[in-house]
Write a protein that binds this ligand. Structure first.
Ligand code: ADP
Ligand code: MG
Ligand code: ZN
Length: 544
């Protein structure tokens, strides 16, 4: 059977070998197993059902949501001398009758149908009279309400299959890799122990990096100056940040336009066109920008704020380097973004599953804080578990990561939170630790606490940053709505007792010899400035 598949690939399609994942999916289908194939757009999903359709007896039924796609595929197959046809609302009665008759007689190797056909039970009649080799559900995410293009008719597929005299193998294909959609596909299509394959999400030409600059704008500006001839996108989480960043860039001589849903249609269109036709170097935008934009020479995508989910991040970052040339995806992390995102979830619509939103946010935070290869993190997030340990082409693989032990600082802060009765926010805690002379602290008797002034040599921002890091990493809980109160949790007690150690990840510049590619050299220069600043201001770690 395997040889037959390769033979078909070469003979009919004229390709010498299968791409990643195709062979395995085809193997499973040919062995009679259900499969879910998740691969990005352009990876070659059609072949996964077209090859088995040709290898097996009978007619493959392909359920596909788009009339134009159906027609293209059928035309191409016919040109290759393969008998295929489609049934959808574009046919007239004569054509419909003609094709149904031929289908009944088993004249086609593939019959494409629109899902809406399944709304009429008389159509099920036709299907049950045919010898069906396999059922392929293309764009299978359409069955899920979580997907962006839910098609109610897709929910009829399982009932139709159940009515068939003999159940053929069912293959579901999509480019949507979220767990929810995947689960919906399996459940709603009632797949039987499906083989699930996720592959091809790697974008080799993209370089990933997470930065934790003390001053995001300065860091951005330095980057822009070094990339002054290249096109790029800067994503910000709010309209206000878009406006500010765009304005400041222009003031510094970087040509930038802005894009968000609060602008007039005219300005949005003008901004977009200026960017697409290279009239401006950079577009500063909220996530409203990007859908359907096909600009191939985007050399960098910078996230000025952390997005809510990895799905959002990878989709937005993935707009870089569509031409296959190398491009960079930088994310500027600050623990404050995590807190903002949590508040957004908390205050968001009560109809959504918040536990899940928090989980996704945490997975995004984990990406920002991992010491491991960023590419491996992304791919395993999307279900590709077989990626080797390092990629040599991400900030964590090529950069120099220094793990700074902040266990002592952490203990000081946590015990201060505890001693003040877990009743205050980060402002008061910071004041106590720095030994502020304010009357308020005296009235409450906090100047008598052993933690008073325990961190007086630290900058306010440093202590606040560590607290924000605790919140992001779930060492402390934030309670209360109007005045957030910090409280310890089980994880924090582990630290206080000295059972665990805590490290903060910092990238510091070493010599350039470690930087493998030219692009990374210029990055190393960038690190020097903020690396030193930051470590010094934190009063921890020494400079190399
Ligand atoms: P998808 O449905 O995953 O978006 P398609 O099935 O439309 O992708 O295929 C995208 C392109 O890749 C098509 O032009 C197809 O002919 C080509 N292709 C698919 N498989 C192979 C292969 N094994 N070798 C070379 N080209 C391939
Ligand atoms: Mg496709
Ligand atoms: Zn890596």
């Amino acid at each position: 059977m395997k040889d037959k598949a390769v033979h078909i690939l070469q003979e009919y399609f004229g390709y010498s070998e299968f791409r990643a994942g195709q062979e395995r999916i085809i193997d499973e289908i040919l062995s009679g197993n259900d499969v879910v194939g998740i691969m990005p757009t352009g990876a070659g999903k059609s072949l996964c059902f077209q090859v088995p359709a040709l290898a097996l007896e009978g007619t493959a039924i392909v359920i596909s949501p788009l009339i134009s796609l159906m027609k293209d595929q059928v035309d191409t197959l016919n040109e290759m001398g393969i008998k295929a046809a489609f049934i959808n609302s574009s046919l007239n009665l004569q054509e419909f009758r003609n094709i149904t008759l031929k289908a009944k007689n088993g004249e086609y190797k593939l019959l494409y149908i629109a899902p809406e056909r399944l709304e009429t039970e008389s159509f099920w009649e036709l299907l049950s009279q045919m010898n069906i080799s396999i059922i392929a559900v293309d764009e299978a995410h359409c069955i899920s309400e979580w997907g962006h293009d839910f098609r109610p008719s897709y929910t009829k597929i399982a009932d139709m299959i159940a009515k068939l005299p003999k159940r053929p193998a069912v293959a579901a294909l999509t480019a949507t890799a979220t767990t929810q959609v995947k689960q919906d596909i399996v459940r709603l299509l009632r797949l039987q122990k499906p083989y699930i394959l996720i592959t091809g999400f790697d974008r080799e030409n993209l370089y990933f990096e997470v930065d934790k600059p003390t001053n995001k704008f300065d860091f951005l500006l330095q980057y822009m100056k070094k990339n002054s001839t290249n096109s790029g996108i800067v994503y910000c989480s709010t309209r206000k940040t878009v406006d500010t960043v765009c304005k400041k860039l222009n003031e510094h001589g970087i040509t930038a336009s802005r894009y968000h849903a609060g602008l007039s249609d005219e300005e949005r269109i003008a901004s977009q066109e200026a960017f697409i036709f290279d009239k401006v170097q950079v577009i500063v935008a909220t996530n409203a920008f990007g859908m359907g934009i096909d600009k191939s020479n985007i050399r960098y995508v910078i996230h000025y704020n952390m997005p809510k989910t990895m799905e959002n991040y990878y989709q937005e970052a993935g707009r870089a380097g569509r031409d296959g040339e190398s491009a960079e995806c930088l994310l500027f992390y600050s623990a404050a973004d995590v807190i903002t995102n949590r508040l957004l979830i908390e205050n968001g619509s009560s109809n959504v599953d918040k536990t899940n939103e928090y989980k996704k946010l945490q997975e995004m935070v984990d990406y920002c804080n991992t010491d491991g290869c960023l590419r491996k993190y992304i791919l395993s997030y999307f279900g590709e578990d077989n990626f080797p340990k390092g990629c040599d082409h991400c900030g964590n693989c090529v950069g120099n990561l220094e793990r700074t032990d902040i266990t002592i600082e952490a203990q000081k802060i946590l015990s201060c939170i505890k001693r003040t009765g877990e009743r205050f926010g980060s402002g008061i805690i910071t004041d106590v630790l720095r030994g502020s002379g304010s009357e308020k602290l005296k009235t409450m008797g906090f100047d008598k606490l052993p933690t008073f002034g325990l961190m007086k040599e630290y900058a306010k921002e440093t202590i606040k940053e560590i607290i924000a890091y605790f919140i992001a990493e779930n060492f402390i809980d934030v309670r209360g709505d109007k005045y957030p109160i910090l409280a310890l949790n089980a994880k924090a007690y582990g630290l206080l007792k000295g059972e665990d150690k805590l490290y903060i990840k910092r990238i510091i510049a070493k010599e350039e010899k470690k930087a493998k590619k030219a692009v990374h050299m210029k990055k190393c220069l960038l690190y020097q400035g903020w690396g030193s600043l930051n470590l010094k201001s934190m009063g921890i770690g020494s400079l190399k």
